[in-house]
Design a protein around this ligand. Structure first.
Ligand code: CAA
Length: 259
């Protein structure tokens, strides 16, 4: 895969792929091409049986400082409608394999929204999360008013979205936005470690479990419970379920094959 604004590694650890946003001078501002490249890389990894979990990262200074303001500044509402940039985000949301964001430095605007599109977030102590779109006369457009509110609750989400205040990694962890805060030299390793832990499990069980957790955001409780139940029953059609349960009974480590 040849990309201009991202670097990829299909095997940063066994069964774990890495996508690194690589527009450092612009603090990884998310222009249309960069988002398209993330979508294409994720699609390829989603289809690759040698990949079971994906880590997305930036660099120490910035995960991403938001959508590319310079690319958007002169656009009209009709331009924005026709460009339809968020269809790329919808495609990213459809990735079946788990995605872990490894965040250091700025995760702002679309950068914060991109990590919220991931399934888990590991951050360095230097990470800052924010939705500062209000400072430039707009508002979040890639899920910031919705995913942030569901993650941290109305009071903090309202404050971040209306005042543009950034929160630290520790505040983000305490508020439930992210999974873990570690020293800056460890954030990528920790994210890869977490991805590796997930990648050891049955990939079919992981996929159906991710899909079921996400239904908590999309469906009323009772329907989501039925959805969960069907996915649970479906796993009894897999060899991995037999292997997992037999290995437990025989007191050995399970060998999952993704079948
Ligand atoms: N878009 C385009 N360029 C950006 C950018 C962005 N979102 N964020 C930073 N850059 C560029 C700067 O213009 C600058 O480029 P030049 O060197 O060519 O001038 C370079 O990156 C470095 O940035 P700064 O000099 O500003 O660095 P700093 O350390 O002084 O400040 C910052 C860092 C606080 C993150 C500041 O850059 C900033 O406020 N960035 C914008 C953050 C923002 O408003 N994000 C929301 C964007 S809108 C959005 O995301 C909509 C949506 O919901 C999808």
């Amino acid at each position: 895969m040849a990309f201009e604004y991202i670097l990829t590694d299909a095997q940063v650890a066994p069964y774990v792929a890495l996508i690194r946003l690589n527009r450092p001078k612009e603090l990884n501002a998310l222009n249309l091409q960069l988002m398209g490249e993330i979508r294409d890389a994720l699609k390829a990894f989603d289809e690759d049986p040698a990949v079971r979990a994906i880590v997305i990262t930036g660099n120490e200074r910035a995960f991403a400082a938001g959508a590319d303001i310079k690319q958007m500044a002169g656009k009209s509402a009709i331009d924005m409608l026709q460009i339809d940039q968020f269809s790329t985000w919808d495609a990213i949301r459809k990735t079946r394999k788990p995605i872990i964001a490894a965040v250091s430095g700025f995760a702002l605007g679309g950068g914060c929204e991109l990590c919220m599109l991931c399934d888990m977030i590991v951050a360095s102590e230097t990470a800052q999360f924010g939705q500062p779109e209000i400072n430039i006369g707009v508002m979040p457009g890639a899920g910031g008013t919705q995913r942030l509110t569901r993650a941290v609750g109305k009071a903090l989400a309202m404050e971040m979205v209306l005042s543009g205040r950034f929160i630290s990694a520790e505040e983000a962890r305490a508020a439930g936005l992210i999974n873990k805060v570690v020293p800056v030299e460890l954030y990528l390793d920790e994210a890869v470690k977490l991805a590796s832990r997930v990648a050891e499990k049955s990939p079919i069980a992981v996929q159906l479990a991710k899909e079921s957790v996400l239904k908590a955001f999309d469906m009323p409780l009772q329907e989501a419970l039925y959805f969960e139940r069907k996915n649970f029953y479906m796993l009894f059609a897999t060899e991995d379920q037999k292997e997992g349960m037999e290995a437990f009974i025989e007191k050995r480590k399970a060998e999952f094959k993704g079948r």
